[in-house]
Design a protein around this ligand. Structure first.
Ligand SMILES: CC1(C)O[C@H]2[C@@H](O1)[C@@]1(COC(C)(C)O1)O[C@@H]2CNc1nc2cc3nc(N)[nH]c(=O)c3cc2[nH]1
Length: 372
């Protein structure tokens, strides 16, 4: 097997059930990737993450190149050994994080120069350097260095930004070291413009990648616009390679994007909002800090089999957050990640059974019921 393997196992409408094969194991798709930005899924051990059913994690070039540096991670055995995760890892290439986290950055044809948000030190990231860093991290899925086109952007701005990303995609591919079980994904850009998105898909397909991400979304455009961009972009993408929608999303985003042919997702929502006391449940969301939960002995979600819901009531979780106890964020993160994996498991099964629309429609309706 050269690169990353992908088998399309079933389809139901545009929804796809597949399997990605890497040197560190397989990933059942549609799949959700917990975000492990600085070599940790915050508040979770890797055993706990694995217990939720997650089969692949996301790491970030930007954060790890700043601290502890890619050289240090490589010296300590690579990211799998370093963080004690022996399943697949996908790493983002750094461009998006530079634009969203660092200041004093300058873009050029060569790459991006920026100051670290940690200590103000200056750094330079090129397609070649980003690919090299991801290789040093021993990432199974490397992402091309791209520019995530800001939202909103005019069509001319989106075209210019996309074409820079396509030139960087070529340079990323030229710098990538092919290894069995390791792959490189291209990232489609083009803003909200059909012609720009089509040109980007064609350019990346012509270069040839192990998988294709859809970038430039989940940047504040809203769900309706995101789905519209998927509706005219996804049909242009090859069917025999994974599609990865970056930075998405809430449960309703995931259901709508699986319906539109997306295979892989990552998002900070279940972990980040878990730490602030927001739980995702089948009927919507719960803010556990709300006083109405103080005396409630019910679990977060009666239909959830996670360790949190099996053993703890809302009143206790409410107490933990009011007391600022670290167990609070740990238990809500664990629940949220378990719930997200349950959602993906349910969708995988529905596609295989050929009743995706019925199952998805029921889940979407329940999400709007609101918690009682
Ligand atoms: C900055 C931070 C932590 O990343 C999250 C989250 O905040 C936040 C901020 O507001 C919401 C929308 C709720 O999500 O946006 C991020 C999730 N959206 C997203 N992640 C992406 C990553 C990407 N990586 C690359 N290489 N290229 C892309 O085009 C790209 C697009 C992306 N869109």
């Amino acid at each position: 097997m050269t690169g990353i393997g992908f088998d399309l196992l079933a389809t139901d409408g545009r929804a796809r059930r597949g399997r990605v094969t890497t040197a560190h194991g397989t990933i059942e798709t549609p799949a959700f990737m917990p975000v492990g930005t600085a070599a940790t899924v915050k508040a979770m051990t890797t055993d706990a993450v694995a217990s939720t059913g997650a089969e692949i994690l996301l790491g970030n070039t930007y954060h790890l190149m700043l601290r502890p540096t890619a050289e240090r991670v490589a010296q300590l055995g690579g990211l799998h050994r370093f963080m004690n995760w022996d399943k697949p890892i996908l790493t983002d290439s750094g461009g998006f994080q530079v634009m969203s986290l660092s200041d004093l950055r300058t873009m050029s044809e060569e790459g991006v120069t920026f100051k670290s948000h940690l200590d103000g030190s200056r750094h330079h990231l090129t397609p070649e350097r980003s690919i090299q860093i991801q290789h040093m991290l021993d990432s199974n899925v490397t992402m091309c260095l791209d520019e995530c086109t800001p939202f909103p952007a005019t069509e001319a701005q989106a075209e210019s930004s996309m074409r820079l990303s396509m030139r960087w995609a070529r340079r990323s591919k030229d710098a990538f070291v092919e290894r069995p079980g390791y792959g490189l994904f291209g990232i489609v850009q083009g803003g909200i413009y059909p012609e720009q998105r089509a040109e980007s898909v064609a350019a990346l397909t012509d270069i040839g990648f192990d998988g294709y991400a859809i970038g430039g979304l989940a940047v504040g455009e809203g769900q309706e616009t995101m789905f519209r961009v998927l509706d005219f972009t996804e049909p242009l993408m090859v069917k025999d390679r994974p599609r990865y929608l970056m930075g998405v999303g809430r449960p309703s985003d995931l259901i709508g994007a699986v319906r539109r042919g997306v295979d892989m997702f990552d998002c900070v929502m279940p972990t980040r909002s878990g730490r602030t006391g927001q739980a995702f449940v089948r009927r919507g969301t719960i803010n556990i800090r709300n006083a109405r939960h103080a005396h409630d002995e019910r679990p977060l979600d009666a239909d959830c089999g996670c360790p949190t819901c099996r053993s703890y009531g809302r009143g206790y979780l409410h107490h933990l957050f009011k007391a600022d106890e670290m167990l609070g964020p740990m238990l809500l993160t664990w629940h949220n990640l378990h719930y997200y994996q349950d959602l993906m498991r349910t969708m995988r099964q529905a596609i295989a059974d050929g009743n995706f629309e019925e199952v998805a429609g029921t889940m979407e309706a329940r999400l709007t019921e609101g918690d009682v």
